[in-house]
Write a protein that binds this ligand. Structure first.
Ligand code: GDP
Ligand code: IMO
Ligand code: MG
Length: 428
């Protein structure tokens, strides 16, 4: 019963797509269990760069079934566009299965996301404006539309008209925006509904059957632990549960099936959008990392905020997720720095120091990072395929990260391409 959870341990964009693509080589099923097209997961095969938003990263492997679980919120026209993009690159998409219980991101969710961000003004969260928050709001309020509603045209028309009775009050009275029309929405979504209908099924049962055959099932997280609605830096979070606990619920399996939880950890830290970030760099080193690492969003193109690795928040993530292994990514980007800093403690506003992640938002906003320093490395490490092939200083850095987290290294990624990887152990 081997399910392996792969999740982001920081604030997203750690390189989850690349790690899932690698592990999928030994999997039968890859499941996305939350989020929607706020995610941007990059898989690079040779010169081909695939940017996946809703489709699980396992889709590139012909023998792997890709599953979109009921914890997701799905934008149907965007999904069809993504499938067409994949097909144009020769990727076979027949093996995609979509949960009948996944929620649908409606056009009014996109509008409400943008309007609410605008209303917040300087307090904006910096969302991806993909309608994610409003779609999950409707889910929790028990008024959302699901994939099973989308694929039956009369039901979809009726449920959309019912939803608009409330949504149009919100659009016009709260935001002063134009109301929406059910017929327009049905017309806009009908081609995608027809295209996706044959893929809609009971995905929890599919996963259960694969586990019953003792096949490897990968659960691919989007976003990351620190963006989790419950355990992240609320309110500067997404509206789903990207941490390991969310994987079982969003896929529909028992926690007893999970054998490993791999935390994908960028060798430094990046964050898109607003919210606390104790190790953020506002200096030349920060600019250097952003430019060398091309740290611009996969989904929205926004410049990512960057800083040193933060072992305090990572220890918190290791605890919350029960990490059994680390996939350390983008180590190659740090090559060329004289000194590598690791945040090992936080200095709180009252002057005391702590290794534990503070939950109080006001305290967190005023927290200063306390660093330990290691010598950097100069070499191009993208050709390394074993730990011994890494420069000594790079080895020491990786080992120190693992030691401070108390979690062993499983993988070290040294470049964007599929094979640019040091695999220390297979979690399956
Ligand atoms: P995700 O959202 O966690 O899947 O990560 P993204 O795809 O948004 O961002 C990670 C970026 O880093 C993508 O452009 C990847 O192609 C790239 N990438 C992944 N691993 C490595 C690595 O080890 N080194 C380098 N240089 N790039 C990497
Ligand atoms: P992947 O899967 C990085 C951030 C947004 C914003 C907050 C809420 O590629 O790692 P939302 O649109 O979800 O309501 O935005 O979450 N965010 C991400 N940041 N990577 C992501 O996905 C993200 N998905 C959402 O920038 O701060
Ligand atoms: Mg991303």
């Amino acid at each position: 019963m081997p399910a392996i959870v792969v999740i982001g341990a920081q604030w997203g964009d750690e390189g989850k797509g690349k790690i899932v693509d690698h592990l999928a080589e030994r999997a039968a099923l890859v499941v996305r269990f939350q989020g929607g097209n706020n995610a941007g997961h990059t898989v690079m095969i040779g010169d081909t760069v695939l940017k996946l938003h809703q489709v699980p990263s396992g889709i590139t492997r012909p023998n792997v079934a890709a599953v979109m679980g009921h914890g997701m919120v799905i934008n149907p026209p965007a999904l069809v566009e993504e499938l067409e993009m994949l097909e144009s690159h020769g990727v076979v998409t027949d093996n995609l299965h979509i949960s009948a219980n996944a929620h649908v991101v409606m056009p009014y969710h996109l509008a409400l996301d943008a309007l609410e961000e605008q209303r917040r003004g300087p307090l904006a969260l910096g969302t991806t404006k993909r309608g994610i928050g409003p779609a999950y709001t409707d889910k929790v309020a028990r008024r959302g539309l699901r994939m099973q509603d989308l694929v039956e045209v009369d039901r979809f028309r009726r449920r959309t008209a019912e939803a608009l009775e409330r949504v149009n009050l919100e659009l016009t009275r709260i935001y002063g925006a134009e109301p929406m029309c059910a017929d327009d929405i049905v017309e806009q979504y009908a081609p995608a509904a027809r295209r996706l209908a044959p893929l809609v099924t009971d995905t929890s049962l599919l996963i259960h059957e694969a586990l019953g055959r003792d096949e490897n099932v990968l659960l691919e997280g989007a976003q990351a632990t620190m963006l989790d609605i419950d355990v992240g830096t609320y309110p500067f979070v997404t509206s789903s549960s990207p941490s390991a606990g969310g994987a079982c619920l969003g896929a529909g399996i028992s926690p007893l099936h999970v054998r490993e939880v791999i935390g994908v950890v960028k060798a430094y830290t990046s964050r898109v959008g607003s919210g606390p970030f104790p190790t953020e760099l506002h200096d030349a080193v920060g600019d250097w990392i952003i430019e060398r690492g091309h740290e611009y969003g996969t989904s929205t193109g926004r410049r990512r905020r960057c800083g040193w690795i933060d072992l305090v928040s990572l220890r918190y993530a290791a605890r919350i997720n029960g990490l059994t292994g680390i996939a350390l990514t983008r180590l190659d980007i740090l090559s060329g720095l004289n000194e590598l800093k690791l945040c090992v403690r936080y200095r709180l506003p009252d002057g005391t120091e702590t290794c534990e992640y503070p939950l109080d938002t006001n305290v967190l906003a005023q927290t200063e990072a306390v660093y330990e320093s290691l010598p950097g490395f100069e070499e191009d490490i993208s050709g390394a395929r074993s730990f011994a092939e890494l420069p000594e200083n790079a080895q020491a850095y990786c080992q120190r990260v693992a030691e401070l987290l108390g979690v062993p290294l499983a993988l070290i990624s040294v470049g964007a391409e599929r094979n640019d990887l040091v695999a220390l152990r297979w979690p399956m």
